[in-house]
Design a protein around this ligand. Structure first.
Ligand SMILES: NC(=O)c1ccc[n+]([C@@H]2O[C@H](COP(=O)([O-])OP(=O)(O)OC[C@H]3O[C@@H](n4cnc5c(N)ncnc54)[C@H](O)[C@@H]3O)[C@@H](O)[C@H]2O)c1
Length: 434
């Protein structure tokens, strides 16, 4: 056996010993979970975890290995927590806890208990915007050991590099370190910018998200995409940066204007149309789509199931772009006062790409939600934006179409095919009568 083979055999032997130790450790962790439950204690114990992380590296004899050992311990703590949580019987409080690589808690009143989910016993940099009611930010700030609040101007214009630089500057000024965290409190704009700020600062700090719009809860806050707008284009500069945990308290939607609520419904409809007919039929119920908590949970679970299979959007995740190719084009062609919201553009963008029977069912649902079904727009400007956005190849642009509810496919369409479809959205295009 040559030396390399010998060394590999040695590593295998050590890994086998580690597997045994890991099993032993998790068995004890399971017993600890049962004890914690019997005493009504939460799985997470930030004080103890911090003490462990401070104390343990010193046990490593070789100082050069200590940082690696610290990382291993951090990882072990995270795995123990995940295992303990999975073992415990689901309680009412856990009902809407969706486990992915990070927990997503959807629960009325959860805002007041954020400290149980997030590690707030350190410096917390809260990012929000001027349209988010201050009470939500205050409720979170009150649970932090040390906090700084950064308030962006409301609106999509502040999702910019300039504002991002202001955020980083304030993070530096307030002495944020690698061990601290960023906490976003707001809609998708705040989450996207704050997440990207966290992804880059000190090469990445922990990021927590508390989405406060329906669109952000049902869509933007899960999936790990972060970005800012740049050079007139939406989201070209960004990173995949998973949050450590996401907390959604549907009670905060009580202050959201009705138009913003419908805006979020459009993204939920997208998930129903492409992936889950039961979600779509909720919207056909004359009594409305029902409890928001359940609606958001169903949407988040669907989005997560796609993201888990294709986080980096190599294939399947592109299904989530249904309605977005034309929707982004419409968004770009519309600007200034009275411009349509993102979800409204997505609603419009979905219509021409549905099969006739799907469109016939979708139209009354959109109307019921007061989402637009027609738009006065310069079709050529939309096409130009779509071609620029999607880098149209000789064989056309790939779009997602929905031939029947719950079934989707990728289709290549030429610009002239897309022009024809877009024309059905013009007020005189007669789409309502189609
Ligand atoms: N990362 C992703 O996967 C993803 C997915 C979809 C959309 N997005 C991004 O999300 C953004 C759109 O998100 P949005 O629709 O939440 O817009 P937004 O963040 O601009 O919020 C809309 C408005 O609602 C206000 N607001 C927020 N919470 C409120 C509350 N509880 N009560 C009253 N007002 C409240 C905000 O101040 C803002 O004025 C876009 O930038 C889009 O690119 C990202």
């Amino acid at each position: 056996m040559d030396r390399l083979q010998e060394l590999r055999a040695e590593i295998d032997r050590i890994d086998a010993a580690l597997a045994g130790l890991f099993q032993e450790r998790m068995t004890v962790a399971a017993e600890i979970a049962a004890q914690k439950q019997a005493r009504g204690l939460p799985v997470r114990d930030p004080e103890r975890e911090r003490a462990i992380l401070e104390k343990l590296p010193a046990r490593m004899p070789d100082p050069a290995l200590r940082p690696y050992y610290a990382r291993l311990q951090d990882c072990l703590l995270e795995l123990s927590r995940a295992y303990q949580t999975a073992l415990l019987p689901r309680t009412d409080a856990d009902e809407a806890r969706i486990f992915t690589d990070y927990p997503v808690v959807i629960k009325r009143g959860a805002l007041a208990r954020a400290g149980e989910l997030f590690r707030l016993d350190r410096r917390v940099f809260l990012v929000t915007d001027s349209g988010v009611p201050a009470a939500y930010v205050k409720a979170l700030a009150a649970q932090c050991a040390h906090h700084t609040i950064f308030t962006l101007p409301k609106g999509e214009q502040s999702k910019s590099l300039e504002q991002l630089a202001n955020v980083w500057e304030a993070m530096l000024r307030h002495g944020l370190t690698r061990q601290d965290c960023v906490l976003a409190v707001g809609g998708g704009k705040v989450g996207d910018l704050a997440g990207f700020a966290a992804a880059c600062f000190m090469r990445g700090v922990d990021f927590y998200n508390v989405p406060t719009t329906l669109l952000a809860m049902a869509d933007a806050a899960v999936g790990g995409k972060t970005a800012v707008n740049f050079a007139g284009t939406k989201n070209p500069i960004g990173a995949f940066w998973r949050p450590k945990a996401v907390l959604m308290d549907p009670e905060v939607l009580g202050t959201l204007p009705a138009r913003q609520l419908s805006n979020g419904m459009a993204e939920i409809l997208k998930l129903g149309l492409t992936l889950d007919p039961t979600l779509f039929t909720r919207f056909e119920d004359p009594a409305g789509p029902g409890d928001l908590e359940a609606l958001i949970s169903q949407a988040v679970a669907l989005k997560q199931s796609v993201v888990e299979q294709d986080e980096r959007e190599a294939g399947l995740r592109r299904v989530l772009n249904f309605g977005h190719t034309l929707g982004h084009g419409i968004e770009a062609a519309q600007s200034g006062r009275g411009a349509l919201l993102h979800g409204e553009c997505v609603a419009l963008g979905m219509l021409p790409l549905c099969g006739p029977a799907v469109r016939a069912r979708l139209l009354p649902v959109l109307e019921g939600l007061e989402l637009p079904t027609t738009v006065s727009v310069d079709v050529e400007a939309v096409l130009a934006a779509v071609a620029h956005d999607k880098k149209a190849g000789a064989d056309g642009i790939e779009v997602v179409t929905v031939p029947e509810i719950g079934r989707w496919q990728f289709e290549k369409m030429t610009l002239s095919q897309l022009r024809e479809r877009l024309q059905t959205l013009l007020p005189q295009g007669g789409i309502q009568n189609a």
